[in-house]
Design a protein around this ligand. Structure first.
Ligand SMILES: [Zn+2]
Length: 214
């Protein structure tokens, strides 16, 4: 089963994707992770990505699609979660064509709806474990009172430098301009399910499971 988690920055897509990986053996394909991984892989494609990123340029859709294609060729019995891709209509078309070429389909697009004000409050409260990347939130999932990561026991926590309100509003604007049209696109294709992304992590996870198991 292949799915897209769609929603504004800070809606909790990464957190839910990690749960699906743990609980359903799915493979999370996050563009950022794929690019970082490619950069350090030493393959021809990886060197190309490294050169572009080092020059401060944007990686083209073709390259991202190429990286996804490499993943599709590997073992993926549990299916893929696309997290942060596609971000634009042309990318959505390209992904559809790629999946078709590999004889597979998109089974669900899950829109995580979040109120903008709540989103700003939530994202500025976010931190991650410096060792394993576990995501914490001052409001919904605070760092344990003993100061140790519940996942790995690490004691270093980071706040993303861009988790401030102004940069969030800039990223939200990008989302509304370029990515939110995908909601209509996938609705028209009959793939879209919308859930309330604002609840507790487990409540949201249950809503996602409800879509996947229906
Ligand atoms: Zn940790």
């Amino acid at each position: 089963m292949n799915i897209i988690l769609l929603g504004p920055p800070g809606a909790g897509k990464g957190t839910q994707a990690r749960k699906l990986v743990a609980e359903r053996g799915m493979v999370q394909l996050s563009t950022g992770d794929m690019l970082r991984e490619a950069k350090s892989s030493g393959t021809a494609m990886g060197n190309k990505v490294a050169a572009i990123m080092d020059a401060g340029q944007l990686v083209t859709d073709d390259i991202v699609i190429g990286l996804i294609e490499e993943k599709l060729e590997g073992d993926h019995a549990g299916g893929f979660i696309f997290d942060g891709f596609p971000r634009t209509l042309p990318q959505a078309d390209a992904l559809g064509a790629l999946l078709e070429k590999h004889g597979t389909t998109l089974d669900a697009v899950i829109e995580m709806r979040v109120d903008d004000d709540a989103l700003v409050a939530r994202i500025t409260a976010r931190s991650t474990c410096g060792d394993c990347g576990e995501v914490y939130n001052d409001q919904t999932k605070p760092i344990p009172s003993d100061g140790k990561c519940s996942n790995c026991g690490g004691t270093e926590f980071k706040r993303r430098a861009d988790d401030n309100e102004e940069s969030l509003r800039t990223r939200l604007m990008e989302y509304y301009k370029k990515t939110s049209p995908l909601i209509g696109y996938y609705y028209a294709k009959g793939d879209l399910s919308s859930i309330d992304g604002l609840g507790e992590i487990d409540v949201v996870a249950k809503a996602i499971s409800g879509v996947l198991d229906s």
